[in-house]
Design a binder for this molecule. Structure first.
Ligand SMILES: [Zn+2]
Length: 448
């Protein structure tokens, strides 16, 4: 009922249902034939004029108004402790994400030398997410654009590095320890002698596979043990997932890709936390691998009504399917874009508006859960007739969660991953990779 866009409106030229019936009724009639030709002509003209939405536009966050560029990007050294201004945030932000922010009581400039070439940097801390796990985690944010100075500061920032709080010095300042991103070398290749490494660098896949098979013969473990630490299988699944979303360009850097996937694949809060807390890129990929085995759907967090399907997701922004947008009150919504919601699962309320629209060219209208009336997000409708998509939905990550079809209980495999991620929490070195196979007792460091 709420989905009354032009696509189903027979009064709009070029939509087929009405004309198709007419032709079918009397194909011999020359008047009908003329009408059909005319409609074909209109349809052709329309499709020629159809504009596919430029997904770069939402990434610019133009609704925040004119802003000034802030120069300077610097990376902090992993393992070292830095004092940063901090702000709390309601959800997990992964490195690489663009985060628009409106900060009150803006004290970024306090204590910062005026000739600093470091640019503007602060920490976003996920207070609510981690208060139970002992450590409080966060991510550093680099400001790349800022609005005029006033009571609240409008900022466009990019999240950069994970950290945890070592000590909070003042209310809005803390000493934070920067976490490393560990890319484990291939366990087999790194164990072979220098003289043999050149075989491993073969660009031919089959040659590399047989070389690895040869190497396993001289180790204590059979090949399947090593295969578990191979990201080939994960990458094949990831590619299928991306092509189902029609996303063609993604990060090629392993670290960035692992965070991008954590953001864009439907995951439970627990999996999101695990992925954030682990330093090992491989373990992130293993958790993602597990998640890709499930067919997820999206439910209302409050009443658990089904709202949308996994395959309804699509990328309306170049950034991906789930991105952050700031509302006029300064609240940052993680917004997941879907083509449609399940029939009768959502209701639009209030009038559509174009003010502060996150998707330039689209009006928005608040939608609520049809069952419990909880706010779930927004329906966006194109203002121009020929823009595609004509409409879509943005679901708010705060009020939506995921559930998987089939077995919803935690499986042994899930425990296995929790153990690995927990054991990995400090630092994981090459030997640690093998110890994980046998140890399953240190899960009390976990995040549940
Ligand atoms: Zn509900």
């Amino acid at each position: 009922m709420e989905d009354n866009n032009n696509m189903n409106d027979p009064s709009v030229p070029g939509t087929s249902s009405a004309s198709f019936e007419r032709v079918g009724q009397n194909p011999e009639n020359p008047e009908d034939e003329a009408a059909r030709l005319f409609e074909d002509y209109i349809r052709e003209r329309e499709s020629a004029a159809t504009e596919i939405y430029n997904t770069e536009l939402p990434t610019e966050h133009a609704y925040l108004g004119k802003m000034e560029r802030v120069e300077g990007v610097d990376y902090l050294e992993p393992g070292k402790i830095y004092r940063l201004p901090i702000y709390t945030h309601h959800s997990i932000i992964y490195p690489g994400e663009i985060v628009p922010l409106m900060l009150n009581d803006f004290n970024l400039y306090d204590g910062r030398p005026s000739d600093s070439s470091d640019g503007l940097k602060f920490g976003l801390v996920f207070q609510n997410q981690y208060s139970d796990g002992g450590r409080v985690y966060g991510v550093t944010c680099q400001v790349y654009e800022r609005g005029a100075e006033g009571l609240s500061a409008l900022l466009k920032t990019v999240a950069q590095q994970r950290f945890y709080i070592v000590r909070q010095s003042q209310e809005r300042r803390a000493d934070v320890k920067i976490l490393p991103e560990i890319v484990l070398p291939d366990p087999l290749i790194s164990s072979c002698s220098n003289a043999m490494v050149r075989f491993a660098n073969s660009s031919r896949k089959d040659r590399l596979t047989s070389f690895k098979r040869l190497l396993t013969q001289s180790t204590a473990w059979p090949q399947f043990v090593y295969d578990q630490y191979d990201t080939k299988e994960v990458m094949a699944k990831v590619e299928r997932f991306l092509s189902s979303l029609k996303i063609t360009s993604v990060q090629t850097d392993e670290v960035k890709l692992s965070f991008w996937l954590a953001r864009n694949i439907p995951l439970t809060e627990e999996y999101r936390k695990m992925i954030f807390c682990t330093d090992s890129v491989l373990h992130r990929m293993l958790i993602i691998n597990k998640a890709l085995d499930h067919m997820w759907y999206f439910i209302c967090k409050r009443c658990e009504s089904e709202i949308a399907n996994y395959d309804d997701m699509f990328a309306m922004s170049k950034q991906g399917v789930q991105t952050s947008y700031c509302n006029p009150a300064g609240y940052v919504h993680d917004t997941l874009t879907v083509h449609k919601t399940k029939e009768n699962s959502t209701l639009p309320v209030e009038r559509p508006s174009t003010n502060f629209s996150w998707f330039p060219g689209y009006s928005w209208q608040i939608i609520v859960c049809a069952n419990c009336r909880q706010h779930l997000g927004w329906k966006f409708v194109a203002e121009k007739k020929n823009v595609l998509p004509k409409s879509f939905y943005g679901l708010s990550g705060t009020n939506i969660t995921v559930k998987s079809h089939g077995d919803l209980k935690k499986t042994d495999d899930d425990d296995d991953i929790t153990d690995r991620a927990a054991a990995n929490e400090e630092q994981l070195d090459y030997e640690g990779l093998f110890e994980l196979e046998s140890s399953s007792s240190d899960s009390d460091e976990g995040f549940y």
